[in-house]
Design a protein around this ligand. Structure first.
Ligand SMILES: C[S@@+](CC[C@H](N)C(=O)[O-])C[C@H]1O[C@@H](n2cnc3c(N)ncnc32)[C@H](O)[C@@H]1O
Length: 302
């Protein structure tokens, strides 16, 4: 617990950020859900609790806080330490592609590098306007909803197996007023999507090998296991996506799929698959792109 005699010495926004970062370090927290270090995490939580935006001019870091503000901030920082929940769950919100998404423990905290591809309208992989888009394994709906925001004429399906995640996803569709173009569908991968064809299928599926999942830090284990773990080499879901996607892609359709840190496992299982690996300027990797035609040829010779 926080010793109030100690924390009464904390006067300014900067003091609170510094204290939070020190405590996070002392208590061995881990990061990776929107920030990757203790200072940024503390900064994010302190500014949120003070209702200040992240682009606060540095001058205001020296502003004094009131006693009640200090208590509220310290409570939030302490919750982060005690629960080891990612900050986004404590706040109930995270930004993805410049849009705000509601999140709770029923969904993965959005952080896919696919955000960068969405913002670039998937160029150079796509040059036209995809009209039918599928976000497979949608979780919070972040990828599909951001696609709908970028491609204003597209109809977007969001497929997800878990009922709780779907509730979060529907809340985000409503938040962004997209119910006329974006549909959440409960489906085990493609199973409930019979007959549909998509110009673009985007997926951030579970891809963590079982042994790696076991070794994850508490913060990552706060996320649904169903969102992360996918069998011995992490490829259980990817295997199904690769084999079933051709039936759901338009003739000139494109599959974009994240496999994150499981590139070695992917290449070991699929040494000849002709995928491309986009590069990201904001960090992250492990997203492959493959056109339907290439996927079909590869599946025939596999
Ligand atoms: C890695 S999370 C990605 C969530 C979101 N797309 C994102 O990028 O933040 C994977 C999601 O796939 C869902 N999922 C797992 N197995 C599935 C399946 N067989 N069919 C559909 N969705 C599945 C999980 O419930 C989870 O919401």
């Amino acid at each position: 617990m926080t010793d109030t005699r100690d924390t009464q010495a904390l006067m300014t926004v900067r003091d609170l950020v510094r204290w939070g970062a020190s405590e996070f370090g002392r208590r061995g927290l881990s990061f990776g859900h929107g920030t990757d270090n203790a200072l940024d995490e503390a900064f994010h939580l302190v500014l949120h609790q003070l209702h200040l935006s992240a682009d606060l001019p540095t001058l205001y870091l020296e502003s004094a806080v009131t006693a009640s503000e200090r208590e509220a901030v310290l409570n939030l920082l302490q919750q982060r330490i005690d629960t080891r929940k990612p900050a986004a769950y404590l706040i109930g919100e995270i930004q993805f592609c410049g849009m705000s998404f509601y999140v709770d423990e029923r969904v993965l905290v959005p952080r896919s590098p696919i955000a960068e591809m969405i913002e670039a309208r998937f160029e150079p992989w796509i040059t036209g306007e995809p009209l039918q888009i599928l976000d497979l394994c949608t979780g919070s709906g972040c990828i599909g909803i951001a696609c709908a925001d970028v491609f204003e004429d597209a109809e977007v399906d969001l497929a997800e197996i878990d009922g709780g995640a779907l509730e979060v996803c529907r809340r985000n569709i409503a938040r962004h007023d997209l119910a006329t173009r974006v549909t959440a569908i409960q489906s085990d991968l493609f199973d409930a999507l019979g007959g549909r064809r998509y110009d673009l299928i985007v997926s951030n599926p579970p891809y963590v090998p079982s042994a790696e999942w076991e070794a994850l830090s508490t913060e990552f284990k706060r996320e649904p296991k169903l969102a992360l773990e996918a069998g011995e080499d992490g490829m259980d879901i990817v295997e199904r996506i690769l084999t079933e996607a051709p039936d759901f892609l338009a003739e000139d359709g494109l599959l974009v799929c994240e496999i994150g840190g499981s590139i070695d496992e992917f290449e070991a299982r699929y040494p000849t698959i002709p995928v491309s690996w986009p590069e990201f300027t904001r960090g992250g990797d492990g997203v492959f792109v493959i056109a339907r035609a290439e996927l079909v040829s590869w599946l025939e010779t596999r």
